[in-house]
Design a protein around this ligand. Structure first.
Ligand code: PLP
Length: 351
């Protein structure tokens, strides 16, 4: 394993450039928020003088039914970022190691390290799946938590659900396993590949979910953690789950959970954009990793900073990373119009 930071991310030239025409840098959903959810958000603003405990309890009950867990197994939060950070703070207060893939989504590892934890990273396999055997072999007396992001960010790749379930089932007998499923609804098998039934079965497994991706509500800030009642209680003892939520966001999430049409439409359109982008990359000989998410990462034959400067000049915003001694661009799936602007910019940069 290595304890080095797995990737270097280049700083984009400007985060708030009003001239940007295609914003493809944060894996957001270009179709959200669902109109009915936006309406519910607006209507609830007038109840903003009150704490939203009642509507929050209602939402927790709806989620409990959907996920087949008890309400006590749910921690609500303003986005799954909050859940990742809370778990890191609570689990690593006294140090210890966190095991994850390299590269992966760094939020939990960064906060763990900042409070005294140590990161042990395991390079993804050549087919971009988690190296579960190596990760399991790496568990020792110092290991406090295993973090699995599935599908993984920034690679977009998915790890076989059957193998992952066996791994989580076995490993959680020794240490807690945290599975970040921010993109699971967008994967080919969708929620069927979730590890949530291990939570219902009483395993020491946590699942993070978000309304930021398939529900199209990144700016409304809502997500949650599923875990054992004891785990949720141990986090609630230190921090107050649910206190960071706003009433309107709760109503938007409640509404979105009751209307599947938006989710189906999002998944279909995102898949179209992905097929279009993959066809473009194939035709132009850019090597990309297989994606089951709303983003694709591909190799660029150019320094990441230089590439970002060039593509931002064309008013297209993406991300650039280096890992495995290569330069990469990660592009999020926008509307077809945005994807056309992206491919046009690519044609011009690599003409
Ligand atoms: N987990 C993963 C894998 C992500 O990619 C992201 C955001 O891009 C998050 C968690 C955090 O999302 P949010 O805080 O909006 O739920």
């Amino acid at each position: 394993f290595s304890t080095d930071n797995c990737f270097n991310e280049f700083t984009p030239p400007s985060l708030f450039d009003p001239k940007l025409k295609a914003i493809l840098r944060a894996n957001e959903n270009p179709y959200g928020p669902p109109p009915l959810a936006a309406k519910a958000f607006q209507d609830d603003v007038f109840s903003g003088n009150r704490y939203a405990w009642e509507t929050l309890t209602n939402l927790v009950n709806i989620i409990a039914k959907k996920e087949n867990v008890t309400p006590e197994q749910i921690l609500m939060a303003p986005g799954s970022s909050d859940v990742l950070e809370k778990v890191a703070m609570v689990f690593f207060q006294k140090g210890g190691d966190v095991i994850s893939a390299d590269p992966s989504y760094m939020s939990l590892m960064q906060v763990s390290q900042s409070v005294g934890g140590k990161w042990k990273s395991y390079k993804l396999l050549p087919d971009s799946q988690h190296d579960l055997d190596a990760m399991e072999a790496g568990i020792d007396a110092n290991t406090k938590l295993v973090y699995i992001c599935n599908p993984n960010n920034p690679t977009g790749s998915i790890t076989d659900a059957k193998k992952l379930k066996e791994f989580c089932s076995r490993v959680s007998e020794k240490v807690p396993v945290f599975v970040d499923e921010a993109y699971i609804e967008l994967s080919d098998n969708g929620i069927k590949d979730s590890m949530v039934d291990l939570v219902s079965a009483g395993k020491n497994v946590m699942i993070a979910r978000t309304f930021s991706k398939i529900h199209g509500m990144a700016g409304l800030r809502i997500g949650y953690l599923l875990g054992s009642e004891a785990t949720i209680e141990s986090i609630n003892r230190v921090t107050r789950g649910g206190m960071g939520l706003t009433g309107p966001s709760i109503m938007a999430a409640t509404t979105s959970l009751q209307h599947d049409e938006f989710l189906t439409m999002s998944k279909t359109k995102i898949a179209e954009a992905r097929a279009y982008t993959q066809a473009y990359l194939t035709k132009n000989n850019f090597a990309f990793l297989p994606s089951q998410t709303n983003f694709i990462i591909f190799e660029i034959p150019m320094d990441g900073k230089e590439f970002l400067d060039k593509i931002y000049e064309k008013q297209v915003a993406v991300r650039a990373f280096t890992f495995w001694d290569k330069n990469w661009c990660r592009v999020s799936m926008g509307t077809m119009e945005e994807m056309a602007l992206f491919t046009m910019a690519m044609d011009e940069i690599f003409a």
